[in-house]
Design a protein around this ligand. Structure first.
Ligand code: LLP
Length: 421
């Protein structure tokens, strides 16, 4: 359920007419709906017992406007870098509702987290345990930690976004879990507070989660028997969303919540979840203008002013995003919808049925609110799309599109070269 809909034949975001918005802010731009963010947050949070920490995964969409919207609803944050940590704090998410994940936390990042007083570090390796212990000791603090255990289940998702099998870099292997906790317990500047897992993203079946939750529940019992005080379980993110109308519906948050309860309720632990995509994906669209309609030999191309630098998911994961005309009309044409970037993979969708479109018309790429703007680049010296947040009939540019000069101004010509005339 989202708040993008046609009104009198024109696509709106809540009460804002995207055609008018495009005139005002220029294309391409991402447009996010506050009401959709709020709805997704609430539906998800309501699926869990009161007191569960919903640590929104900032990597999905870290715009300060989005983070602030979620902060006002009570969200915490799951961050994976010092930059994300600073953003979450700046958006008003309290430090004691922030968890810090990621395989490569630097000592400087650990220091930031310790200084801020975050809820916990989700530690992903033995050397990280040792490093964090050292940093905490130097600061005269104890670092609250969980260890991310890799439950070695197949998440049945795209290979590039699966994380819970023995083949990948995330977490500590199942077989070394007890030894890692023994090591952590021997490090005096660490305080063990729980266990953590995350098996992947865009998971559309319940069974991999159920398998992983069951393993984690067993592990909690074993670790307690070993003498560790396990009071929190962080179950990560990963619940998928439908991208195409033909996609099977992913499990509803209530079913996911029920599966969590079945697996861990009797352990008496505080729960933490790290949803990203589920909150943000359907809350955003990428609006783009048709630059040209090009008749190829075998295909008709719709060439947009947005490119793979703005939305890389189709090129990177063969991801599907629905593409619709902002002006409602019957679908009577078939296009390959492409961007202007000089790569054949700059293809948003092949053989898409759309209305007959012409230069200057607007299209929207749907379900683009998660892993869209955050993954943008300036490839081909293209400043990434602007970002706009809508609330009712209000809208605000929450990240302007950089000008070419601002982008170019980031480069420096070294002193040993003659300055440009
Ligand atoms: N927690 C951890 C430790 C994670 O690694 C992730 C996502 C999440 C939570 C949030 O997962 P979500 O609820 O959003 O599925 N760029 C890819 C997705 C990468 C996900 C990385 N980790 C994409 O566009 O599909």
């Amino acid at each position: 359920m989202n708040h993008f809909h046609y009104n009198d034949g024109r696509l709106f975001a809540e009460d804002v007419d995207l055609t008018q918005l495009a005139e005002k802010v220029g294309t391409p731009f991402y447009c996010y709906s506050s009401a959709t963010l709020a709805r997704h947050y609430r539906v998800f949070a309501d699926a869990f017992p009161k007191g569960t920490l919903i640590a929104y995964s900032v990597k999905a969409n870290g715009n300060l406007g989005v983070l602030r919207t979620l902060a006002e609803l009570g969200a915490g944050a799951d961050v994976v870098s010092g930059g994300e940590l600073k953003k979450a704090l700046k958006a008003g998410i309290p430090a004691n509702r922030i968890v810090f994940s990621g395989v490569g936390k630097t000592r400087a990042e650990m220091m930031l987290g310790l200084d801020a007083g975050i809820h916990q570090f989700n530690v992903e390796s033995e050397p990280e345990l040792v490093a964090l212990n050292g940093v905490a000791k130097d600061l005269g603090k104890r670092a609250p930690i969980t260890i991310r255990i890799n439950p070695d289940v197949d998440a049945k998702t795209h290979a590039k976004i699966t994380t819970g099998t023995s083949e990948n870099k995330f977490g500590i292997p199942w077989s070394r879990a007890r030894a890692a906790y023994t090591l952590a317990a021997s490090l005096p500047s660490l305080e063990i507070v729980g266990v953590d897992m995350h098996i992947g993203s865009q998971i559309t079946e319940l069974s991999p989660f159920e398998a992983a939750f069951a393993r984690v529940a067993d592990l909690v019992k074993t670790l307690r028997a070993d003498g560790h005080a396990i009071k929190r379980i962080d179950l990560g993110g990963g619940l998928g969303v439908p991208y195409a109308p033909t996609d099977p519906a992913p499990p509803a948050p209530e079913l996911y919540g029920a599966a969590v309860s079945r697996a861990v309720a009797d352990l008496g632990c505080d729960l933490i979840l790290e949803p990203g995509r589920l909150i943000a994906a359907n809350a955003g669209v990428l609006v783009s203008r048709v630059t040209y309609v090009k008749e190829g030999e075998a295909k008709k191309f719709l060439i947009l002013d947005a490119g793979m630098n703005d939305l890389i998911r189709p090129a990177m994961y063969d991801a599907h995003h629905e593409i619709v005309s902002v002006r409602e009309a019957p679908n009577s044409a078939v296009y390959d919808v492409v961007g202007p970037v000089c790569e054949s993979s700059d293809l948003f969708g092949a053989n898409r049925r759309l209305p007959e479109l012409k230069e200057g018309d607007l299209v929207a790429l749907l379900t683009a609110g998660a892993y869209g703007a955050v993954m943008a680049s300036a490839y081909n010296a293209r400043p990434p799309a602007a970002e706009v947040l809508v609330k009712g009939e209000q809208w605000a540019v929450v990240r302007p599109r950089m000008s070419d000069d601002e982008l170019i101004g980031l480069d420096r010509i070294p002193g040993w070269l003659a300055p440009q005339a």
